[in-house]
Design a protein around this ligand. Structure first.
Ligand SMILES: C[S@@+](CC[C@H](N)C(=O)[O-])C[C@H]1O[C@@H](n2cnc3c(N)ncnc32)[C@H](O)[C@@H]1O
Length: 270
């Protein structure tokens, strides 16, 4: 059965809200609460920090699309952004985002919305829109996603994507102990359904609301950006893990595990 885009998004929202209490109960969340109580705390790795610092955060209005508990967005505010706004459809994760912000008295706005339906009052408000680690696969329609990113940005604004490499769609995200073996086609067309839940912090399955992950090839992502009117400013693939694939690092035949992609709107672009 082929599900509609709306049905996929509705199922995914249920699955994410269901996962939130599990994440909150994890020691990782307690560490975030402790961390953000300290001034200047950041969870960003050296790669993303260097790229964002090179683009310059001072004076910038930054949006994060699919911010989850906003630990990355709050880090960006701590690194000097003028203002930060996080969008996510999962109210239960935005509660955590608000709690983390309050812990460090960090000024931030959080908006509960499906990405494609972000209200028009946010159009043209941002210098930089960020997407990180495990977002694009939740988007059944990449063209719509890039269109939303574009309308949120000011002329000259940038979209920064720091993501798991789509080749990882071919591999189970668990460590089987041996060298990684592909079990899916890179070119899979139908979204992948999972009933295992989204507790990737504890790495524990539970009887979960089904959720649907769409496979987008690297070329879909790059050309989606370009066809939506962004000029390609930076694109690099990395061997390091940024998500749940630490076990796939340092292999003799190393796969690309992550990438950064930066697109920029023309300065005069509406
Ligand atoms: C893996 S998290 C990525 C965020 C962050 N990088 C992290 O590591 O926590 C994915 C987030 O996307 C959100 N999400 C998925 N599909 C969405 C949609 N269509 N609209 C808005 N948020 C969505 C989920 O609620 C979740 O918080």
């Amino acid at each position: 059965m082929t599900l509609s885009k709306d049905a996929i998004v509705a199922a995914n929202r249920g699955a994410w809200n269901e996962a939130a209490e599990r994440h909150r109960a994890h020691g990782q969340y307690a560490r975030l609460l402790e961390g953000f109580a300290k001034p200047g705390f950041s969870v960003l790795d050296a790669t993303l920090t260097a790229r964002l610092e090179a683009l310059g955060l001072a004076g910038k209005a930054v949006a994060q699309l699919c911010c989850n508990n906003a630990c990355e967005l709050l880090s960006i505010k701590n690194l000097g952004a003028a203002s930060v706004t996080g969008f996510d459809f999962a109210a239960a994760f935005l509660e955590q985002a608000r709690e983390l912000a309050a812990t460090g008295s960090i000024e931030a706005e959080f908006v509960q919305s499906e990405i494609a339906k972000i209200p028009a009052r946010y159009d043209g408000r941002f210098d930089l829109a960020l997407v990180t680690i495990g977002v694009l696969g939740w988007m059944p329609d990449l063209k719509e996603f890039f269109g939303t990113a574009r309308r949120l940005l000011k002329p000259g604004g940038r979209l920064v994507i720091y993501e798991d490499h789509p080749i990882l769609n071919m591999y189970d995200d668990r460590d089987s102990g041996g060298p990684p073996q592909p079990d899916e086609s890179y070119f899979r067309g139908e979204p992948y359904r999972s009933d295992r839940g989204l507790d990737y912090w504890a790495n524990q399955d539970y009887a979960a609301t089904p959720c649907y992950w769409s496979f987008h090839k690297m070329s879909d992502v790059v050309m989606g950006l370009v066809r939506s009117g962004f000029a390609l400013e930076d694109f690099e693939e990395f061997a390091h893990n940024i998500g749940t694939r630490a076990h796939m690092e340092n292999q003799p035949q190393q796969l690309p595990l992550s990438y950064i992609l930066v697109g920029r709107l023309a300065p005069g672009e509406p």
